[in-house]
Design a protein around this ligand. Structure first.
Ligand SMILES: [Zn+2]
Length: 473
Protein backbone atom coordinates (compact mmCIF):
# COMPACT_ATOMS: atom_id res chain seq x y z
CA UNK A 1 0.00 0.00 0.00
CA UNK A 2 2.82 2.39 0.79
CA UNK A 3 3.79 3.49 -2.70
CA UNK A 4 0.24 3.18 -3.92
CA UNK A 5 -1.17 5.78 -1.48
CA UNK A 6 1.46 8.28 -2.58
CA UNK A 7 0.88 7.51 -6.24
CA UNK A 8 -2.89 8.00 -5.75
CA UNK A 9 -2.29 11.42 -4.20
CA UNK A 10 0.06 12.44 -7.02
CA UNK A 11 -2.50 11.34 -9.60
CA UNK A 12 -5.25 13.42 -7.94
CA UNK A 13 -3.20 16.55 -7.28
CA UNK A 14 -5.35 19.03 -9.17
CA UNK A 15 -8.60 17.71 -7.66
CA UNK A 16 -7.17 17.91 -4.12
CA UNK A 17 -6.06 21.51 -4.65
CA UNK A 18 -9.32 22.59 -6.29
CA UNK A 19 -11.54 21.03 -3.60
CA UNK A 20 -9.43 22.57 -0.84
CA UNK A 21 -9.65 25.98 -2.52
CA UNK A 22 -13.44 25.66 -2.69
CA UNK A 23 -13.81 25.08 1.06
CA UNK A 24 -11.33 27.88 1.85
CA UNK A 25 -13.49 30.37 -0.08
CA UNK A 26 -16.34 29.93 2.42
CA UNK A 27 -15.93 32.53 5.21
CA UNK A 28 -16.66 30.01 7.99
CA UNK A 29 -16.33 32.43 10.91
CA UNK A 30 -18.69 31.96 13.85
CA UNK A 31 -21.84 34.06 13.45
CA UNK A 32 -25.15 34.32 15.31
CA UNK A 33 -27.19 31.14 15.16
CA UNK A 34 -29.24 30.83 11.98
CA UNK A 35 -31.85 28.39 13.20
CA UNK A 36 -31.90 24.64 13.28
CA UNK A 37 -28.91 23.05 11.54
CA UNK A 38 -26.84 26.25 11.75
CA UNK A 39 -26.01 26.82 15.44
CA UNK A 40 -22.84 28.76 14.53
CA UNK A 41 -24.32 30.72 11.62
CA UNK A 42 -24.86 30.14 7.92
CA UNK A 43 -21.27 30.12 6.56
CA UNK A 44 -20.10 27.42 8.98
CA UNK A 45 -23.24 25.35 8.29
CA UNK A 46 -22.50 25.70 4.59
CA UNK A 47 -18.88 24.59 5.08
CA UNK A 48 -20.05 21.47 6.90
CA UNK A 49 -22.71 20.77 4.27
CA UNK A 50 -20.22 21.19 1.43
CA UNK A 51 -17.65 18.93 3.12
CA UNK A 52 -20.16 16.17 3.82
CA UNK A 53 -21.55 16.42 0.27
CA UNK A 54 -18.06 15.98 -1.10
CA UNK A 55 -17.47 12.94 1.12
CA UNK A 56 -20.81 11.54 -0.04
CA UNK A 57 -19.81 12.07 -3.68
CA UNK A 58 -16.56 10.24 -2.90
CA UNK A 59 -18.57 7.22 -1.76
CA UNK A 60 -18.44 7.62 2.02
CA UNK A 61 -21.40 7.39 4.41
CA UNK A 62 -22.11 10.77 6.00
CA UNK A 63 -24.11 12.19 8.85
CA UNK A 64 -24.71 15.77 9.97
CA UNK A 65 -25.35 16.28 13.69
CA UNK A 66 -27.48 19.41 13.69
CA UNK A 67 -24.71 21.57 12.24
CA UNK A 68 -22.55 21.17 15.35
CA UNK A 69 -20.37 18.50 13.75
CA UNK A 70 -20.60 15.80 11.13
CA UNK A 71 -18.78 12.70 10.05
CA UNK A 72 -18.00 10.64 6.98
CA UNK A 73 -16.91 7.03 7.17
CA UNK A 74 -16.11 3.85 5.32
CA UNK A 75 -15.23 0.29 6.21
CA UNK A 76 -16.77 -2.09 8.67
CA UNK A 77 -15.96 -3.27 12.16
CA UNK A 78 -16.94 -2.11 15.60
CA UNK A 79 -13.69 -0.24 16.22
CA UNK A 80 -13.15 3.21 14.78
CA UNK A 81 -10.06 5.10 13.68
CA UNK A 82 -10.93 8.78 13.91
CA UNK A 83 -9.59 11.91 12.25
CA UNK A 84 -10.90 15.08 13.93
CA UNK A 85 -10.54 18.36 12.04
CA UNK A 86 -12.34 21.68 12.32
CA UNK A 87 -14.04 23.70 9.59
CA UNK A 88 -14.54 26.95 11.54
CA UNK A 89 -11.89 29.68 11.40
CA UNK A 90 -11.06 32.88 13.26
CA UNK A 91 -11.91 36.24 11.59
CA UNK A 92 -9.28 37.44 9.12
CA UNK A 93 -8.31 40.64 10.97
CA UNK A 94 -6.20 43.35 9.36
CA UNK A 95 -2.98 43.43 7.38
CA UNK A 96 -3.53 40.94 4.54
CA UNK A 97 -1.72 41.32 1.21
CA UNK A 98 -3.84 38.47 -0.25
CA UNK A 99 -7.61 38.00 -0.21
CA UNK A 100 -8.28 36.01 2.99
CA UNK A 101 -11.15 34.22 1.20
CA UNK A 102 -9.45 34.01 -2.21
CA UNK A 103 -7.57 30.71 -1.77
CA UNK A 104 -5.11 32.09 -4.30
CA UNK A 105 -2.19 29.89 -5.29
CA UNK A 106 1.04 31.83 -5.72
CA UNK A 107 4.71 31.54 -4.77
CA UNK A 108 4.15 27.88 -3.92
CA UNK A 109 1.51 28.60 -1.26
CA UNK A 110 -2.25 28.59 -0.95
CA UNK A 111 -3.16 31.87 0.79
CA UNK A 112 -6.15 32.44 2.99
CA UNK A 113 -7.80 32.10 6.40
CA UNK A 114 -7.98 28.41 7.30
CA UNK A 115 -5.23 27.24 4.93
CA UNK A 116 -3.08 26.01 7.83
CA UNK A 117 -5.68 26.08 10.64
CA UNK A 118 -7.47 23.89 9.93
CA UNK A 119 -9.33 23.45 6.65
CA UNK A 120 -6.17 22.79 4.62
CA UNK A 121 -4.86 19.96 6.86
CA UNK A 122 -8.41 18.59 7.31
CA UNK A 123 -8.86 18.33 3.55
CA UNK A 124 -5.43 16.73 3.21
CA UNK A 125 -6.65 14.07 5.65
CA UNK A 126 -9.96 13.76 3.77
CA UNK A 127 -8.14 12.95 0.53
CA UNK A 128 -5.62 10.70 2.31
CA UNK A 129 -8.65 8.75 3.54
CA UNK A 130 -10.12 8.69 0.04
CA UNK A 131 -6.85 7.18 -1.28
CA UNK A 132 -7.11 4.40 1.30
CA UNK A 133 -10.82 3.90 0.50
CA UNK A 134 -10.23 3.59 -3.26
CA UNK A 135 -7.14 1.39 -2.99
CA UNK A 136 -8.68 -1.01 -0.49
CA UNK A 137 -11.76 -1.31 -2.71
CA UNK A 138 -9.71 -1.81 -5.87
CA UNK A 139 -7.43 -4.41 -4.38
CA UNK A 140 -9.96 -6.12 -2.14
CA UNK A 141 -7.93 -5.31 1.00
CA UNK A 142 -10.14 -5.41 4.10
CA UNK A 143 -9.61 -3.01 6.99
CA UNK A 144 -10.19 -4.30 10.50
CA UNK A 145 -11.42 -0.91 11.72
CA UNK A 146 -13.78 1.67 10.30
CA UNK A 147 -12.26 4.99 9.23
CA UNK A 148 -14.27 7.98 10.41
CA UNK A 149 -13.58 11.61 9.47
CA UNK A 150 -15.10 13.88 12.14
CA UNK A 151 -15.62 17.53 11.21
CA UNK A 152 -16.19 19.99 14.06
CA UNK A 153 -17.60 23.50 13.68
CA UNK A 154 -16.80 25.38 16.92
CA UNK A 155 -13.15 24.71 17.71
CA UNK A 156 -12.12 28.35 17.72
CA UNK A 157 -14.75 29.37 20.28
CA UNK A 158 -16.76 27.38 22.76
CA UNK A 159 -16.14 23.78 21.66
CA UNK A 160 -19.89 23.16 21.59
CA UNK A 161 -19.19 20.99 18.54
CA UNK A 162 -17.45 18.15 20.35
CA UNK A 163 -19.61 18.61 23.45
CA UNK A 164 -22.64 17.94 21.22
CA UNK A 165 -21.07 15.18 19.11
CA UNK A 166 -19.86 13.07 22.02
CA UNK A 167 -22.77 14.22 24.23
CA UNK A 168 -26.38 14.60 23.04
CA UNK A 169 -25.56 13.18 19.57
CA UNK A 170 -24.41 10.02 21.31
CA UNK A 171 -21.41 9.26 19.12
CA UNK A 172 -18.81 6.85 20.49
CA UNK A 173 -15.20 7.85 21.08
CA UNK A 174 -12.88 6.40 18.46
CA UNK A 175 -10.57 3.51 19.38
CA UNK A 176 -7.60 5.51 18.12
CA UNK A 177 -7.52 9.01 16.66
CA UNK A 178 -5.52 12.01 15.54
CA UNK A 179 -6.21 15.66 14.82
CA UNK A 180 -4.24 17.54 12.12
CA UNK A 181 -4.34 20.80 14.08
CA UNK A 182 -0.89 21.42 15.60
CA UNK A 183 2.59 20.15 14.83
CA UNK A 184 4.62 17.28 13.43
CA UNK A 185 6.08 14.92 14.51
CA UNK A 186 3.10 14.86 16.95
CA UNK A 187 1.95 16.27 20.30
CA UNK A 188 1.59 13.52 22.90
CA UNK A 189 0.76 15.70 25.90
CA UNK A 190 -1.38 18.82 26.29
CA UNK A 191 -1.62 20.62 29.60
CA UNK A 192 -4.92 20.68 31.44
CA UNK A 193 -6.49 24.12 31.57
CA UNK A 194 -9.15 26.06 33.34
CA UNK A 195 -10.56 29.56 33.22
CA UNK A 196 -11.90 30.86 36.51
CA UNK A 197 -13.53 34.15 37.46
CA UNK A 198 -12.90 35.29 41.03
CA UNK A 199 -15.19 37.91 42.52
CA UNK A 200 -15.00 40.08 45.58
CA UNK A 201 -17.32 42.73 47.01
CA UNK A 202 -15.38 45.93 47.67
CA UNK A 203 -17.95 48.54 48.69
CA UNK A 204 -16.93 52.04 47.68
CA UNK A 205 -15.53 53.88 50.68
CA UNK A 206 -16.89 57.37 50.07
CA UNK A 207 -15.33 58.64 53.26
CA UNK A 208 -11.81 57.88 52.01
CA UNK A 209 -9.73 60.86 50.88
CA UNK A 210 -8.64 58.95 47.76
CA UNK A 211 -10.33 55.98 46.11
CA UNK A 212 -10.53 53.98 42.88
CA UNK A 213 -13.74 54.77 40.97
CA UNK A 214 -13.10 52.08 38.35
CA UNK A 215 -10.34 49.77 37.14
CA UNK A 216 -10.29 48.02 33.76
CA UNK A 217 -7.72 45.76 32.09
CA UNK A 218 -7.61 42.85 29.64
CA UNK A 219 -9.65 41.67 26.68
CA UNK A 220 -9.56 37.88 26.92
CA UNK A 221 -8.65 35.29 29.56
CA UNK A 222 -5.98 33.73 27.34
CA UNK A 223 -4.09 36.94 26.57
CA UNK A 224 -1.70 38.83 28.85
CA UNK A 225 -3.24 42.34 29.17
CA UNK A 226 -1.26 45.00 27.34
CA UNK A 227 -3.24 47.97 28.69
CA UNK A 228 -4.81 48.90 31.99
CA UNK A 229 -6.63 51.98 33.20
CA UNK A 230 -8.07 53.26 36.46
CA UNK A 231 -9.71 56.45 37.67
CA UNK A 232 -8.59 57.82 41.04
CA UNK A 233 -11.01 60.26 42.64
CA UNK A 234 -10.92 62.29 45.83
CA UNK A 235 -9.17 65.27 47.38
CA UNK A 236 -7.71 67.51 44.69
CA UNK A 237 -4.41 68.08 46.49
CA UNK A 238 -3.92 64.37 47.00
CA UNK A 239 -4.67 63.69 43.33
CA UNK A 240 -1.98 66.20 42.39
CA UNK A 241 0.45 64.45 44.72
CA UNK A 242 -0.43 61.11 43.22
CA UNK A 243 0.14 62.45 39.72
CA UNK A 244 3.66 63.64 40.67
CA UNK A 245 4.51 60.21 42.04
CA UNK A 246 3.01 58.17 39.22
CA UNK A 247 4.14 60.04 36.13
CA UNK A 248 7.88 59.25 36.46
CA UNK A 249 7.15 55.52 36.81
CA UNK A 250 8.11 53.46 33.80
CA UNK A 251 5.14 52.44 31.66
CA UNK A 252 2.69 54.58 33.67
CA UNK A 253 0.88 57.73 32.54
CA UNK A 254 -1.50 59.93 34.49
CA UNK A 255 -3.68 62.82 33.44
CA UNK A 256 -6.15 65.02 35.24
CA UNK A 257 -9.70 64.88 33.91
CA UNK A 258 -12.91 66.52 35.03
CA UNK A 259 -13.65 63.39 37.08
CA UNK A 260 -10.31 62.77 38.73
CA UNK A 261 -6.91 61.33 37.84
CA UNK A 262 -6.91 58.87 34.95
CA UNK A 263 -3.97 56.48 35.36
CA UNK A 264 -2.87 54.09 32.64
CA UNK A 265 -0.28 51.32 32.44
CA UNK A 266 1.26 49.94 29.26
CA UNK A 267 2.62 46.39 29.42
CA UNK A 268 3.36 43.76 26.81
CA UNK A 269 0.88 41.23 25.51
CA UNK A 270 1.63 37.53 25.11
CA UNK A 271 -0.37 34.37 24.73
CA UNK A 272 -2.03 33.18 27.93
CA UNK A 273 -0.08 29.91 27.84
CA UNK A 274 3.21 31.83 28.16
CA UNK A 275 2.42 34.64 30.63
CA UNK A 276 6.10 34.90 31.59
CA UNK A 277 6.82 36.29 28.13
CA UNK A 278 4.50 39.22 28.66
CA UNK A 279 4.36 42.16 31.03
CA UNK A 280 0.92 42.19 32.63
CA UNK A 281 -0.45 45.75 32.53
CA UNK A 282 -3.11 45.02 35.16
CA UNK A 283 -0.48 43.90 37.66
CA UNK A 284 1.74 46.83 36.73
CA UNK A 285 -1.06 49.31 37.40
CA UNK A 286 -2.15 47.69 40.67
CA UNK A 287 1.46 47.76 41.88
CA UNK A 288 1.89 51.39 40.84
CA UNK A 289 -1.27 52.39 42.70
CA UNK A 290 -0.29 50.64 45.90
CA UNK A 291 3.49 50.83 46.07
CA UNK A 292 4.05 54.47 47.01
CA UNK A 293 3.04 54.18 50.65
CA UNK A 294 3.82 57.79 51.55
CA UNK A 295 1.29 59.18 49.08
CA UNK A 296 -1.25 56.37 49.05
CA UNK A 297 -1.67 56.21 52.79
CA UNK A 298 -4.77 58.17 51.99
CA UNK A 299 -6.06 55.60 49.49
CA UNK A 300 -9.12 53.70 50.71
CA UNK A 301 -7.82 50.72 52.61
CA UNK A 302 -10.29 48.40 50.87
CA UNK A 303 -8.96 49.48 47.44
CA UNK A 304 -5.41 49.17 48.61
CA UNK A 305 -6.10 45.69 49.91
CA UNK A 306 -7.75 44.19 46.78
CA UNK A 307 -5.09 45.60 44.47
CA UNK A 308 -2.19 44.45 46.64
CA UNK A 309 -3.79 41.05 47.00
CA UNK A 310 -4.54 40.61 43.29
CA UNK A 311 -1.16 41.89 42.10
CA UNK A 312 0.41 39.17 44.23
CA UNK A 313 -2.01 36.44 43.13
CA UNK A 314 -1.49 37.27 39.47
CA UNK A 315 2.03 35.78 39.53
CA UNK A 316 2.51 33.72 36.34
CA UNK A 317 3.72 30.61 38.20
CA UNK A 318 0.43 30.22 40.10
CA UNK A 319 2.31 29.96 43.39
CA UNK A 320 0.17 32.62 45.05
CA UNK A 321 -3.08 30.85 44.16
CA UNK A 322 -1.93 27.62 45.73
CA UNK A 323 -1.19 25.63 42.59
CA UNK A 324 2.45 26.25 41.56
CA UNK A 325 4.53 23.31 40.40
CA UNK A 326 5.63 21.25 37.41
CA UNK A 327 6.00 17.73 36.04
CA UNK A 328 8.55 15.97 33.86
CA UNK A 329 6.26 15.74 30.83
CA UNK A 330 4.94 19.26 30.23
CA UNK A 331 6.95 21.40 32.65
CA UNK A 332 5.66 24.18 34.87
CA UNK A 333 2.11 25.32 35.51
CA UNK A 334 1.31 28.77 34.14
CA UNK A 335 -1.32 31.19 35.38
CA UNK A 336 -2.46 34.23 33.43
CA UNK A 337 -4.43 37.01 35.07
CA UNK A 338 -6.18 37.91 31.83
CA UNK A 339 -8.97 40.30 32.84
CA UNK A 340 -9.40 42.58 35.85
CA UNK A 341 -12.46 44.81 36.31
CA UNK A 342 -13.57 46.90 39.25
CA UNK A 343 -16.86 48.69 39.00
CA UNK A 344 -19.73 49.54 41.33
CA UNK A 345 -18.31 47.84 44.35
CA UNK A 346 -17.35 44.51 42.77
CA UNK A 347 -13.93 43.39 41.54
CA UNK A 348 -13.73 40.54 39.04
CA UNK A 349 -10.50 38.77 38.11
CA UNK A 350 -10.23 36.14 35.38
CA UNK A 351 -7.44 33.57 35.56
CA UNK A 352 -6.44 31.24 32.73
CA UNK A 353 -4.39 28.37 34.14
CA UNK A 354 -2.51 25.60 32.29
CA UNK A 355 -1.40 22.81 34.58
CA UNK A 356 0.95 19.85 34.02
CA UNK A 357 -0.50 16.98 31.96
CA UNK A 358 0.11 14.30 34.59
CA UNK A 359 -1.75 16.18 37.34
CA UNK A 360 -5.25 15.44 38.58
CA UNK A 361 -7.65 18.14 37.35
CA UNK A 362 -10.17 18.00 40.17
CA UNK A 363 -7.46 18.16 42.77
CA UNK A 364 -5.80 21.12 41.04
CA UNK A 365 -9.00 23.15 40.62
CA UNK A 366 -9.88 22.26 44.23
CA UNK A 367 -6.63 23.72 45.51
CA UNK A 368 -7.19 26.86 43.43
CA UNK A 369 -10.69 27.32 44.82
CA UNK A 370 -9.55 26.79 48.40
CA UNK A 371 -6.73 29.31 48.06
CA UNK A 372 -8.91 31.98 46.44
CA UNK A 373 -11.80 31.52 48.86
CA UNK A 374 -9.58 31.63 51.91
CA UNK A 375 -8.91 35.31 51.27
CA UNK A 376 -12.54 36.33 50.96
CA UNK A 377 -13.03 35.94 47.20
CA UNK A 378 -15.66 33.70 45.62
CA UNK A 379 -15.17 31.66 42.46
CA UNK A 380 -18.05 32.91 40.28
CA UNK A 381 -17.36 30.47 37.44
CA UNK A 382 -14.81 27.85 36.47
CA UNK A 383 -14.61 26.00 33.15
CA UNK A 384 -12.16 23.14 32.97
CA UNK A 385 -10.56 21.07 30.20
CA UNK A 386 -8.69 18.02 31.51
CA UNK A 387 -5.18 17.33 30.22
CA UNK A 388 -4.07 14.84 27.59
CA UNK A 389 -1.18 12.48 28.05
CA UNK A 390 -0.44 9.48 25.84
CA UNK A 391 2.85 7.81 26.87
CA UNK A 392 5.27 7.50 23.97
CA UNK A 393 5.23 3.69 24.04
CA UNK A 394 1.45 3.57 23.47
CA UNK A 395 -0.83 3.83 20.45
CA UNK A 396 -1.51 5.86 18.43
CA UNK A 397 1.83 7.55 19.20
CA UNK A 398 3.98 4.61 18.11
CA UNK A 399 2.34 4.17 14.73
CA UNK A 400 1.98 7.88 13.94
CA UNK A 401 5.61 8.56 14.78
CA UNK A 402 6.74 5.68 12.57
CA UNK A 403 4.61 6.94 9.66
CA UNK A 404 5.95 10.47 10.09
CA UNK A 405 9.56 9.27 10.08
CA UNK A 406 9.03 7.02 7.04
CA UNK A 407 7.24 9.70 5.06
CA UNK A 408 9.54 12.63 5.82
CA UNK A 409 12.93 11.02 6.44
CA UNK A 410 13.13 13.08 9.65
CA UNK A 411 14.46 10.54 12.16
CA UNK A 412 15.53 12.92 14.91
CA UNK A 413 12.88 15.50 15.83
CA UNK A 414 11.36 14.45 19.15
CA UNK A 415 7.59 14.36 19.78
CA UNK A 416 6.22 17.48 21.45
CA UNK A 417 4.11 18.65 24.36
CA UNK A 418 2.23 21.93 24.59
CA UNK A 419 0.13 24.26 26.72
CA UNK A 420 -2.53 24.83 24.06
CA UNK A 421 -5.28 22.33 23.44
CA UNK A 422 -6.69 20.51 20.44
CA UNK A 423 -9.54 18.10 19.71
CA UNK A 424 -7.22 15.36 20.98
CA UNK A 425 -8.28 16.27 24.53
CA UNK A 426 -11.90 15.44 23.63
CA UNK A 427 -10.89 11.83 22.89
CA UNK A 428 -8.21 11.50 25.60
CA UNK A 429 -6.27 9.33 26.01
CA UNK A 430 -6.56 7.64 22.60
CA UNK A 431 -5.80 10.59 20.29
CA UNK A 432 -3.00 13.05 19.68
CA UNK A 433 -2.39 16.08 17.48
CA UNK A 434 -0.45 15.03 14.37
CA UNK A 435 0.76 17.91 12.13
CA UNK A 436 0.31 19.84 10.06
CA UNK A 437 3.09 22.37 10.80
CA UNK A 438 6.55 20.93 10.13
CA UNK A 439 9.58 21.53 12.36
CA UNK A 440 10.99 24.97 11.55
CA UNK A 441 7.78 26.30 9.97
CA UNK A 442 6.81 29.85 10.78
CA UNK A 443 3.50 29.73 12.68
CA UNK A 444 0.98 31.73 10.68
CA UNK A 445 -2.25 30.43 12.20
CA UNK A 446 -4.65 33.24 13.22
CA UNK A 447 -2.39 35.81 11.54
CA UNK A 448 -2.58 37.98 8.44
CA UNK A 449 -1.49 36.23 5.24
CA UNK A 450 -2.09 32.76 6.65
CA UNK A 451 -0.78 30.29 4.07
CA UNK A 452 0.07 26.66 3.51
CA UNK A 453 2.61 25.29 1.02
CA UNK A 454 0.90 23.50 -1.88
CA UNK A 455 3.53 20.77 -1.70
CA UNK A 456 2.74 20.34 2.00
CA UNK A 457 -0.96 19.84 1.28
CA UNK A 458 -0.05 16.90 -0.94
CA UNK A 459 2.61 15.60 1.43
CA UNK A 460 0.07 15.73 4.29
CA UNK A 461 -2.48 13.82 2.21
CA UNK A 462 0.15 11.09 1.84
CA UNK A 463 1.14 11.13 5.53
CA UNK A 464 -2.49 11.09 6.71
CA UNK A 465 -3.42 8.39 4.19
CA UNK A 466 -0.64 6.17 5.45
CA UNK A 467 -1.51 6.94 9.07
CA UNK A 468 -5.18 6.04 8.62
CA UNK A 469 -4.26 2.85 6.79
CA UNK A 470 -1.72 1.76 9.38
CA UNK A 471 -4.12 2.45 12.26
CA UNK A 472 -7.08 0.77 10.58
CA UNK A 473 -5.53 -2.21 8.79
ZN1 LIG B 1 -7.09 24.81 14.78
Amino acid sequence: MKDKISAWVDAHESEIIARTQAILRLPSVKAPTAGSGAPFGTPIAEALHQTLSLCGDLGMKTENFGGYAGHAEFGTGSEIVGMLGHLDVVPPGEGWTHDPWGAEVSEGFIWGRGTSDDKGPTFAALFGAKAVFDLCAAEGIPLSRRVRLIFGCDEESGWECMAHYFGPAGQPKPTLAFTPDAYFPLVYAEKGSFTAVGEKQVPEDRAALLRVAWFESGLRPNMVPRDAGALLVGDSGLLEGAEHVLVPMSGITAERTADGLLVRALGKSAHGSTPGQGDNAAIKLMRALTSQISVFDDLSSADSKWMTDLALRGAPDGGEVGIGGSDEVTGALTSNLGVVQYREGVVRATFNVRYPATWDGDETTGRFRASVEKSGWTVASLSHTPPLYVPQDQEPVKTLLRVYREQTGDTTTAPLTMGGRTYATSVAPVGVAFGAAMPGDEDCAHQADERFPVARLLQCAKIYGHALYELAK
